[in-house]
Each structure stands twice: as C-alpha cells, then as structure tokens.
Design a protein around this ligand. Structure first.
Ligand code: BDR
Ligand code: CA
Length: 308
C-alpha cells in the first residue's frame, strides 16, 4: 500500500489527543512528524502533551516545538474546556523519547521536501506554525498537496459569536494560510458541531481499552463545560480533520471563497465564507465541510480505537 505522508500540527488539547490516537492507528498514513503550537494551553504544555501522548499511544514519530504565541496577538488559552494541563487534568507519564529542538516551521519544510509534493498537512490548532513555515520557506506552498484544517465556520463562532477558536487565536496566520493557494479542506464548526459523541458513547468507547479509557477520562472536564452551555456531548472537532482524507464519504461540503476577517473589533477571526451570499468572491480557495454522517463517524472512531 502506498501510504499518505502526513504531518499533524496540533495544540493538545483533548480532541487533539483523540485525533492523534486515531491517526496513529490508520495504516494508510505515514506520519512524518507532529508539531505543537500555543492554543488550548501554552506551547510548553502542548509540546509536552504531544510528546507524552505520542509515547502513551505507542507512536514513534518525532514531535517538534512550535510557536509560543500568535503572529501579532497575545496567546489565548481554553483552560475552561481542556483543563489546566490541556488534557482534562488527566496526567500521563513523561515521554522518554528524545526532545526535538528543530522549530516546527523548519521541521514541516524538511518533511514536505522528503514527501516530494505529496505531504498532507493536518492542522488542528491555531495556524501560527503553518504561517511561519510558509513565510520562511518560499517554496513550501508548492510542496504541500493539501491542508486539512480544523477551524473556522461559514456561520456562527464558538470563541466569539463570529469566530471559531483556532482562527480567533491567530487570525493573521489563518488569513495567510487561506491566501496561500494550497488546496484547503476546512473542517469548521458547521460540520464539527454535528460530530458529537454522547456521554454514553464515550463510556462505550472507554470499555475498549486503556487508550480509549484515557480519552474518555480526559473529555470529562470539557463535557461538564459543554453541559453547562447547553449541549451534552463532546464535539469531535479535531478527529474529523484526521479522518476526512480517509473517509471523505462521511462528509459533505461545498467549494467556496473564504477570507479571514482580521480588523473588525467584534468580528475578527471570522472566516467569511462566500456560500450563502450571491457568491461575489472571485475565488474559491477551500472545500468547506458542512455536514457529517454522525453515526458513521462514531462507528469509524470506535473501529480505529479498537485497534489499540
Ligand atoms: C478547536 O479549538 C480547540 O479548542 C479544539 O482543540 C479544536 O481544535 C475547536 O474550535
Ligand atoms: Ca485543537
């Protein structure tokens, strides 16, 4: 089987943890590396979480440090969902794997060269590392086959009424990425807020094995937050971006022009999506996911996690 060379840029993050757990058990992928970025929690934590998760899940891909803050703005964390440590306050053993020091933008570039134009970049945190990589390495855009990102929304936001959290954290980076010319699949809230795993399904998942149990336990902190805010379950935001390339039939969407608002005082971070209007943008730069077969997705998640 020819494997798909893939890179994961992430900010673990409870749903990032599930995304990595799934990715590592998909034999269709060749994971070239993982990079951490400041997002749900500070980069010191996302980096050590990514390293510890890699070890806990039995993966061996190198994990690289990344941006400690957005391009121009102050970091903005989401402790209220992901807990103080970013993993729902569940602790993992320290990874004994070698600590990589190559910065994420260079590591991504090296992987893209090695993959010879075939690299699929899955980005499930703020897009700071990706933007820095594109700015530093002028030829990188041509070497990346596709970016599948979790972020944005054609409609409402979750960080603000207008903006989704990953884009809201670093709108300038997101704007640069959306204008890069690289084919983009946007797994945004229109779709991911339909990809809900219920508490009962999380418990069924936990019964599979210790890895799945860890993922269920880590989700409890965010579940309590979601419940207090009106919905009962965990949105599988980041896992959808990992699964889309392998299971596109589970998802539906439309090509559209997407521009990131960076100036508006109450709208910055909005992915202005030319989908419902009179389609005035003279470009279509993203495949915008709008719906998911929820039951099918949960079945795939269970099936893959059962490989642990
Ligand atoms: C996104 O923001 C983070 O909190 C999650 O990990 C996900 O990547 C959802 O808006
Ligand atoms: Ca994330």
């Amino acid at each position: 089987m020819t494997k798909i060379p893939v890179w994961l840029d992430c900010d673990p993050g409870v749903d990032d943890a599930m995304a990595l757990a799934l990715l590592l058990k998909c034999p269709e992928y060749q994971l070239m590396g993982v990079s951490a970025v400041a997002g749900n929690v500070e980069e010191e934590k996302t980096f050590s979480n990514a390293r510890n998760l890699m070890h806990f899940f039995g993966g061996t891909a190198p994990v690289y440090p990344g941006a400690k803050k957005p391009l121009f703005r102050e970091p903005r964390t989401a402790y209220f969902v992901h807990g103080e440590n970013g993993l729902g306050n569940v602790t993992l053993p320290e990874s004994p794997q070698k600590v990589q020091t190559l910065p994420a933008p260079d590591a991504i570039y090296e992987a893209a060269k090695a993959a010879d134009g075939e690299l699929v970049l899955i980005a499930i945190g703020p897009l700071t590392n990706v933007a820095l990589a594109l700015m530093k390495h002028g030829s990188l855009g041509k070497l990346i086959k596709q970016i599948v990102l979790m972020g944005g929304s054609a409609s409402y936001g979750n960080a603000t009424p207008a903006a989704e959290a990953n884009i809201f954290c670093d709108p300038e980076a997101a704007s640069l990425v959306f204008q890069s010319g690289i084919p983009i699949v946007m797994c945004g809230l229109d779709m991911t807020l339909k990809a809900i795993m219920s508490p009962r399904e999380l418990d069924a998942m936990a019964a599979l094995n210790p890895t799945a149990r860890f993922l269920r336990d880590a989700a409890q902190h965010g579940l309590a937050y979601s419940k207090a805010h009106g919905f009962d379950g965990m949105a599988l935001h980041d896992p959808t971006a990992v699964l889309y390339p392998l299971y596109p039939q589970l998802f539906s969407g439309e090509e559209a022009g997407v521009a990131v608002e960076t100036k508006g005082s109450v709208t910055y971070g909005k992915t202005v999506t030319d989908l419902y209007s009179d389609k005035q943008f003279p470009f279509k730069n993203a495949l915008v996911m709008l719906d998911v077969n929820r039951e099918g997705l949960i079945a795939v998640v269970m099936d893959i996690l059962n490989r642990y």
